[in-house]
Design a protein around this ligand. Structure first.
Ligand code: KG4
Ligand code: ZN
Length: 339
């Protein structure tokens, strides 16, 4: 490749954030615009797919324009357009995919399809050079996955959630406690005032498994809450939140550290919306240091959904000239393959 500076426009519309960003060389953010629909969905207690699609459609063009303006670039300066192909809500994904295809076609630009989880992992590259081999723990509203990465843009799944994802469990417990969506930050805040009053089950699964399961824990917390309500007892919500969070973090951290010890790696990456959790960040950092592996974690603002991470994950594909064609379609259940 002869060109020095590669400028990629990234688009992300997989869930309830309409986002566009301009990133140089996969690691320098020129702009990063995120328009959250959270206030729209909050009154329903979660994301309503049809509403999400409509909102994406209403704001996509303006968000792209804003991202270009803030980056002080025009469409003529772009080297490629990248977009989240999946997984996510199909109607929501389609808005981003259609916009990216239209722009790529109209301006004859390469089109790059990005997996949403690869995006979360590559948010790291925006703040620190990724080193390989590495292990990535991706914890979000839809995923609790462990990947082994031998090199750039290469993902071998070690484990995944068998039922609820970590963020999903946070959101469901928050809802039962009457807290607004999204519940993760609310539970995390509440847990800070909690005491070790309750011990909830940890699903370790088979001894050699790196999979996660949080639905048993969720049921156990909800049962405790309902029993207390039926008996007219008072439960401190902060204590429940504390007990729940301890159980989630225990399993996430132990399994991740076990994976790190079994696979010699240069770096451990923590990514996804739940990586915004301060307790998880600090505990995992300590444990990774004990295991002799540096932890790389994006700043909190880049942990939740954004488009800079999509443009960052697109860069190694640009280098490989791995482009999509106009037949690209959104895929709600897109797997993250080895590459
Ligand atoms: O990655 P993300 O923005 O969207 C998905 O791809 O799912 O993750 C959103 C998830 C939500 O479940 C939210 O409750 C959770 O991340 N989350 C947190 C925290 N901040 C966001 N969970 C625990 N602690 C937090 N501080
Ligand atoms: Zn996400």
């Amino acid at each position: 490749m002869t060109k020095q500076n590669i400028v990629i426009l990234g688009l992300e519309t997989s869930c309830d954030e309409t986002a566009a960003a301009v990133v140089k060389n996969g690691n320098e953010i020129l702009s990063n615009v995120v328009s959250s629909q959270v206030d729209v969905h909050r009154r329903f207690g979660g994301v309503v797919p049809e509403v999400a699609s409509r909102k994406h459609l209403e704001s996509m063009n303006a968000i792209i324009e804003q991202a270009l303006t803030e980056a002080d670039r025009t469409v003529d300066d772009l080297d490629a357009v990248a977009v989240t192909q999946g997984p996510g809500l199909v109607g929501a994904l389609l808005v981003g995919v259609s916009a990216a295809k239209a722009l790529a076609f109209a301006r004859d630009l390469p089109l790059i399809a990005v997996h949403h989880i690869a995006g979360h992992i590559y948010a790291t590259q925006l703040v620190r050079e990724m080193m390989f081999p590495s292990i990535a723990l991706v914890v979000s509203g839809g995923h609790s996955d462990l990947y082994y990465m031998e090199r750039h843009d290469h993902y071998r799944m070690l484990g995944q959630t068998r039922d609820d994802a970590a963020g999903e469990a946070y959101d469901k417990i928050a809802r039962a406690l009457g807290l607004p969506y999204p519940g993760g930050p609310q539970i995390a805040r509440l847990a800070q005032e909690g005491r070790p009053e309750y011990s909830f089950p940890r699903a370790w699964l088979e001894p050699d498994s790196y999979d996660f399961s949080f639905s048993g824990l969720k049921s156990s917390v909800l049962n405790r809450l309902h029993q207390a309500e039926q008996k007219g007892e008072t439960v401190r919500h902060a204590d429940l939140a504390f007990g729940f969070q301890e159980a989630v973090l225990d399993v996430l951290i132990e399994k991740t550290i076990k994976a790190v010890r079994h696979h010699p790696v240069q770096q451990l990456v923590l990514a996804g919306g739940v990586a915004a959790n301060q307790t998880l960040r600090s505990r995992l950092e300590e444990r990774a240091a004990d295991a002799g592996v540096p932890l790389a974690v994006p700043p909190i603002s880049l942990c939740t959904d954004n488009a800079a991470m999509i443009a960052a994950a697109a860069y190694p594909k640009y280098v490989k000239q791995e482009f999509a064609d106009m037949a690209l379609n959104a895929s709600a259940g897109l797997p993250l393959t080895e590459g």
